[in-house]
Design a protein around this ligand. Structure first.
Ligand code: SAM
Length: 188
């Protein structure tokens, strides 16, 4: 199924952890010539996404990132998008565990391809996140992803205004205690 779909489209965008698929739906509708693959471990979320996404240029995959990403040929992916990854894939203390996954995704990107991550910083005691802590965290994200080979093309507070996901819709309501950042990465 994956290889047949890949052969039918000139470009592929992969959303990691797509949840209920509402972002994938809007991305796929705005670019019908590109295949949009959403990968999600949770079967119930995948069912929600499948019922929402009856589009030819969408493939919903109920598997783990670790299983799916190796199946793409090196240099074949146009773009990865990941909105609010679980801490297991972005937390500073766990970085040695998750770095290999992003290093692999980098190999799968074509030259000029991009990887966008929207992630959040919260205080352990759920107090408002101060500017100095937020700045330090952005610098850490930048240096970590640079060390994996990515070029940093943007680091912006907040999420893209036109993005809607189940979690983003919740987090945007608490912007002092949950500070969002969008990291735009590229492969040169
Ligand atoms: C915090 S949620 C965000 C969901 C969605 N992007 C949103 O913004 O509403 C993270 C999602 O990643 C999925 N996930 C976590 N680890 C995964 C893995 N190894 N492979 C595939 N999906 C995974 C979870 O099931 C969950 O739906």
């Amino acid at each position: 199924m994956l290889s047949a779909k890949l052969a039918a489209f000139p470009r592929v965008i992969v959303e990691l952890g797509m949840g209920d698929g509402r972002l994938l739906e809007s991305l796929a509708k705005s670019d019908p010539r590109c295949l949009h693959i959403g990968v999600e471990l949770d079967a119930e979320q995948c069912n929600n996404a499948s019922s929402r996404l009856a589009l030819d240029n969408v493939l919903v995959v109920n598997r783990s990132f670790e299983e799916l990403i190796p199946e793409f040929a090196n240099g074949s992916v146009e773009r990865f998008v990941e909105v609010l990854p679980d801490p297991a894939y972005i937390d500073e203390k766990k970085s040695e565990k998750w770095k290999p996954l992003y290093a692999l995704a980098y190999q799968k990107l074509r030259r000029g391809g991009t990887f966008q991550i929207v992630t959040e910083l919260t205080d352990e005691l759920l107090q408002p996140v101060g500017d100095s802590e937020f700045t330090r965290w952005k610098e850490w994200l930048t240096s970590t992803f640079s060390s994996l080979g990515f070029v940093i093309s943007g680091v912006h507070e907040g999420a893209p205004a036109h993005y809607a996901t189940r979690c983003l819709d919740q987090f945007r309501g608490d912007s002092e205690r949950i500070r969002l950042v969008t990291l735009d990465l590229a492969k040169q």
